[in-house]
Design a protein around this ligand. Structure first.
Ligand code: FEO
Length: 171
């Protein structure tokens, strides 16, 4: 039912999601070093979500008896010229992940693999939210970063983010 190409793409998505977690941990470290602990918290939780995404792809493959081949996780970029560059990198990365998920979706659809397209529906919605969140962060940075009091308040707000497990339960 799940063809070889889709299987390969699902397998590689596990790696991309773990890489995303790694990338965001680097972002969290950057902001933590600057004393922007709210931003650091925001990206640490984002990393936890990405790890969850990787595990969901892994579990989906396991549940469907597919062969899993864990690949090496690339070293993420960890130094930037400016903090804003990180936020832009975050948005660009989410767009890349969206494209990657769309590619899997297209492969599954071409193969009439509706089980996989249904599984991916959750991720397509999630990517919409993640791109919006990343875009919002850039906008808010542009509005507030120059004003230290406003930046302090934004950082405090981001410090309130708490981890929540994904609401996707696989059968
Ligand atoms: Fe799991 Fe942000 O992509």
């Amino acid at each position: 039912m799940i063809n070889e190409n889709t299987q390969k793409l699902l397998n590689s998505q596990i790696n991309k999601e773990f890489f995303s977690a790694y990338l965001y941990l680097g972002f969290a470290n950057w902001f933590g070093d600057l004393g922007l602990n709210g931003f650091a918290n925001w990206y640490t939780i984002q990393a936890q979500e990405e790890r969850d995404h990787a595990l969901l792809f892994l579990e989906y493959m396991q549940n469907n008896g597919l062969n899993i081949d864990l690949e090496a996780i690339e070293k993420p970029v960890q130094s930037f010229e400016k903090s804003r560059d990180i936020l832009v990198e975050g948005l660009n990365h989410e767009k890349f992940v969206t494209d990657s998920i769309h590619t899997i979706y297209e492969a599954a659809l071409e193969n009439k693999d509706y089980r996989t397209t249904q599984f991916l529906d959750w991720f397509i919605k999630e990517q919409g939210e993640e791109e919006k969140n990343a875009d919002d962060l850039i906008r808010r940075w542009d509005l507030f970063a120059e004003d230290s009091k406003a930046l302090y308040m934004l950082d405090n707000e981001l410090a309130q983010r708490v981890y929540a497990a994904p609401d996707l339960v696989l059968s």
